[in-house]
Design a binder for this molecule. Structure first.
Ligand SMILES: CSCC[C@H](NC=O)C(=O)O
Length: 136
């Protein structure tokens, strides 16, 4: 079960670092884990699988997207969401933004920017919070 792989590191803040070749192996682990648990999991942050790196993988409309060093640079239309977390029991209320722009490095270390809204934006906000040691 996915909850069994969520370690205590999910509660720790990860320092920001430049993306390196070793990040690619960690990204592979995160993607493999996400795909293996895709029935119960729509996103993972590196610290959830004990890797102290600023990396997330999110399932966006059925496609797994890896983001190295993701940063939200725009956020609009705050609302109260209800969401669950693999590291916690139950569902909780939390503030999210309906629409965001996230900047990140891709797997070829190219700077990317992606505009997201709705559930995809919610997942990215949730995973970036994990990297900051914030749980809903
Ligand atoms: C709505 S965001 C929920 C994200 C959660 N993954 C854990 O970080 C999951 O249920 O996959």
């Amino acid at each position: 079960m996915i909850r069994d792989i969520c370690k205590d590191e999910a509660f720790l803040q990860i320092p920001s670092e430049k993306a390196t070749i070793e990040d690619l192996e960690i990204a592979r682990d995160i993607v493999d884990t996400l795909i293996a648990h895709q029935e119960e999991c729509v996103g993972l942050a590196a610290n959830m699988i004990s890797k102290s790196k600023n990396i997330i993988a999110v399932n966006i409309h059925g496609t797994v997207q890896v983001m190295l060093n993701p940063v939200i640079t725009e956020a609009k239309n705050e609302y109260e969401a209800e969401e669950g977390c693999l590291s916690l029991d139950g569902v909780r209320k939390t503030k999210r933004f309906k629409s965001i722009v996230v900047e990140y490095d891709d797997l070829k270390f190219r700077k990317k920017s992606m505009k997201l809204s709705g559930f995809s934006a919610q997942i990215v906000q949730h995973e970036i919070d994990h990297l900051k040691g914030i749980l809903i």
